[in-house]
Design a protein around this ligand. Structure first.
Ligand SMILES: Nc1ncnc2c1ncn2[C@@H]1O[C@H](COP(=O)(O)OP(=O)(O)OP(=O)(O)O)[C@@H](O)[C@H]1O
Ligand SMILES: [Mg+2]
Length: 284
């Protein structure tokens, strides 16, 4: 068997798809728009609803997922793939039993993984699939090659934007790059809005551009208001939903979690976990 065949045969062994986790990658064109805070608090909102959530931090930036939780996992995926650390040891437990996993440096560069390490990556992701209803991947901003392979493989991509004009044009550029796969569903979150009308305006602007020039639809997953409580929560190293559950931004995020789970418009696409793994290894 050649390498790719061997990896594919491992993937075929993965279990039935009825209980597959839903994989959502969270991305943005421009940095600093609120992705990490959104990912963490979406995880908590889903956890509160009784869902099993795994958050993978694939971003190598500074304000990381673990920092927002005030938790530092001892090991990261790098140790699992390169140093034979058992997968369970790279999982830190957050509120509501959320699994928090840090990607670690370089790990998202799939090109650089050996055959052996790729097999381990597949087994590791399969483990996360088995223990989760949702896998949220915070991918960081922009279009680095490594980020793109995860965004490309997942069927659902959440793009976070703010009303800032450069955020909108950068989001358009990102969408243009990830749109090649017809089945891919692109969901927009407008963060830091001052009113619902402002959210509508920003959404409509981007939706029209994407429809007109790329001939593709985007979904409106909801708005999160500008909220000074968010900065306060970050300083306390507590997720907003834990520190200020009644804040207006918390309500916005809970509403988005509810939409994901219950709104028929956003029901899980038929793109399953095996398809995700296959697409991931096809990049190599
Ligand atoms: N809804 C909001 N209301 C007020 N401030 C916000 C809001 N969302 C984000 N911020 C501010 O933006 C900062 C950056 O947020 P965050 O770290 O989540 O962005 P990011 O997109 O993950 O950044 P990076 O691209 O660097 O990873 C927060 O620390 C907070 O101060
Ligand atoms: Mg971030």
């Amino acid at each position: 068997m050649d390498q790719a065949q061997k990896l594919r045969s491992i993937i075929t062994e993965t279990k039935n798809e009825a209980s597959d986790a839903r994989i959502l990658t969270i991305s943005s064109g421009k940095g600093g728009v609120g992705k990490t805070n959104f990912t963490v608090n979406l995880g908590i909102a889903l956890g509160k609803m009784g869902k099993r959530v795994t958050i993978i931090d694939a971003d190598l930036g500074l304000a990381n997922v673990d920092v927002l939780f005030g938790i530092v996992p001892k090991y990261n995926l790098f140790h699992v793939l390169k140093e034979d650390v058992p997968v369970q040891e790279c999982i830190a437990e957050g509120p509501y039993g959320i699994n928090i996993i840090s990607g670690g440096s370089g790990i998202m560069d799939l090109i650089d993984l050996s055959q052996d390490e790729l097999e381990k990556l597949i087994h590791t992701l399969t483990y996360f699939n088995d223990v989760s209803d949702y896998i949220l991947i915070d991918t960081g901003a922009g279009l680095s090659k490594s980020v793109l392979s995860f965004v490309d493989a997942a069927s659902d991509v959440i793009v976070v934007i703010t009303p800032d004009p450069t955020s909108i044009t950068d989001a358009y550029a990102l969408i243009k790059n990830i749109i090649k796969d017809d089945r891919k569903r692109i969901k927009l979150i407008i963060n830091r809005v001052e009113s619902n009308e402002e959210g509508d305006e920003v959404f409509n602007k981007l939706e029209q551009a994407v429809q007109k020039f790329l001939d593709k639809d985007v979904e409106n997953l909801g708005y999160i208001f500008e909220d000074s409580n968010l900065k306060k929560a970050v300083r306390k190293q507590l997720p907003l939903l834990e520190a200020y559950p009644r804040a207006i931004a918390s309500k916005g995020i809970e509403n988005i979690a509810y939409n994901l789970e219950n709104n028929n418009k956003y029901v899980k696409s038929n793109h399953n976990f095996r398809a995700f793994l296959n697409k991931l290894i096809n990049k190599i």
